[in-house]
Ligand binder design. Structure first.
Ligand code: GDP
Ligand code: IMO
Ligand code: MG
Length: 378
């Protein structure tokens, strides 16, 4: 029996959907605890691409898929996603939507991002959470009589999850967004409106902290960010363009180009700390393949001061880099067949340097978007 939480360690789009899908076979339930359709989680299985915004990625593997209490839901958009899955032949009878989750209304979408420079996804997320916190929100329970098509998914998911844990089921919890977009711990105000870190899984699902066994952090082998806000390792040069193009870094939800930059180990260390991450899943290593030199940010210079840990305010912080030799993955299939030892030594050095700085083992390595483009590091 295990309760495992998956979180993004950067600014979102780390490949959480892919990693959740890869792990889902060993779990009975996959649950989301926060956010809404600002999330875009991509799963690719046998060349078929699924873009999920509300429904946890475990649905693809036929697992019980819980949309938890801490989420915000636009009913029509949720039903559209259900329909998309049904058209792809996916079983949707195992989807459970919390009756306590809050509803995103047309009004929320209309006002989203009108008076701010945050660059939101305009899905009504911030306004829906604002109404919830102001105690003016509408919950799923309040609308189910009017939306019978929603009613069949509505459950008291708090009891469903806690009963499953009591009955020794395996529960995988899928975070959305990333650590640096957390409303309390991210780059405020350039953040989303929920707690994206692992602690949010407890409040968002109604489970006690003592029930969580493990937290896995998903990290892209470089960094991306969509929307506005500080991003110390951002590259506005040829390398940034290379990462954007080779990594197909366009938002799953809005199609906006993602800002790209080097791996930021200060961000990674911070994410490990505040999520209680015990192991990392490193994605998109293949995208770095072919670059002669790589850089890892190991500290910042902020207003003349050298820092090795995350400051409260990232504005005016410049990265301090360590340079490391690049690598080339010549034969993806060979790497997948023979695993970690068959990676070029420079690639292993890069991964092991990340492990050293973050004091956290990389356990899962992803070198392509397909479920099968993944291997476990011994
Ligand atoms: P999420 O929001 O964290 O689930 O991530 P997204 O799905 O928004 O963005 C990750 C993108 O990278 C998706 O298009 C994935 O299909 C793709 N992807 C995931 N892992 C890998 C990988 O290891 N290599 C490559 N090339 N693409 C990947
Ligand atoms: P996944 O789950 C990347 C960003 C937006 C904006 C800020 C606030 O796919 O990793 P919001 O609409 O939430 O009020 O926007 O947060 N953002 C994301 N960036 N991935 C996401 O989700 C995101 N969800 C929100 O671009 O900067
Ligand atoms: Mg995404």
């Amino acid at each position: 029996m295990t309760v495992t939480v998956i979180v993004g360690t950067q600014w979102g789009d780390e490949g959480k959907g892919k990693i959740v899908d890869f792990l889902a076979k060993d779990f009975d339930i996959v649950a989301r605890f926060q956010g809404g359709n600002n999330a875009g989680h991509t799963v690719v299985v046998n060349d078929k691409k699924f873009k999920l915004h509300f429904i946890p990625s475990g649905v693809i593997s036929g697992k019980i898929a819980v949309l938890g209490t801490g989420m915000v839901i636009e009913p029509d958009a949720f039903l559209k996603e259900v329909k998309m899955l049904e058209e792809e032949g996916i079983d949707t009878s195992n989807i459970m939507l919390s009756e306590r989750a809050h509803v995103i209304t047309e009004k929320h979408k209309e006002i989203d991002g009108k008076d701010s420079k945050i660059g939101t996804t305009k899905k009504g997320i911030g306004p829906a959470y604002a109404d919830k916190i102001s105690r003016k929100g509408i919950r799923i329970i309040d609308i189910i009589e009017k939306y019978p098509s929603i009613k069949k998914f509505a459950r008291d998911t708090t009891f469903e999850i806690n009963d499953a844990i009591k009955n020794k089921k395996n529960v995988l919890i899928e975070g959305a967004q990333g650590t640096m977009l957390d409303i309390d711990h991210g780059t405020y105000p350039f953040v989303t409106s929920s707690n994206t870190i692992a602690g949010g899984a407890c409040t968002g699902l109604g489970i006690g902290p003592t029930k969580i066994d493990k937290v896995i952090g998903v990290a892209k082998a470089y960094t991306t960010r969509v929307g506005e806000g500080p991003f110390p390792t951002e590259l506005n040069d040829e390398v940034g363009k290379y990462l954007l193009e080779k990594g197909h870094e366009f938002g799953t939800t809005t199609g906006r180009p993602r800002r790209c930059g080097w791996f930021d180990a200060v961000v990674a260390k911070y994410a490990v700390k505040i999520n209680g991450i015990s192991e990392l899943a490193l994605t998109k290593l293949d995208v770095l393949s072919g670059l002669k030199k790589l850089k890892i940010a190991i500290g910042y210079e902020c207003n003349g001061k050298v820092l090795e840990r995350m400051p409260v305010n990232l504005t005016n912080c410049k990265p301090i880099y360590e340079e490391i030799d690049g690598f080339e993955i010549k034969d993806k299939n060979k790497t997948l067949e023979f695993g970690y030892a068959s990676l070029p030594v420079e690639a292993r050095n890069y991964i092991e340097r990340i492990e050293e700085i973050t004091k956290t083992k990389v356990r899962i390595i992803s070198i392509g978007p397909e479920r099968s483009d993944t291997f476990i590091k011994p």
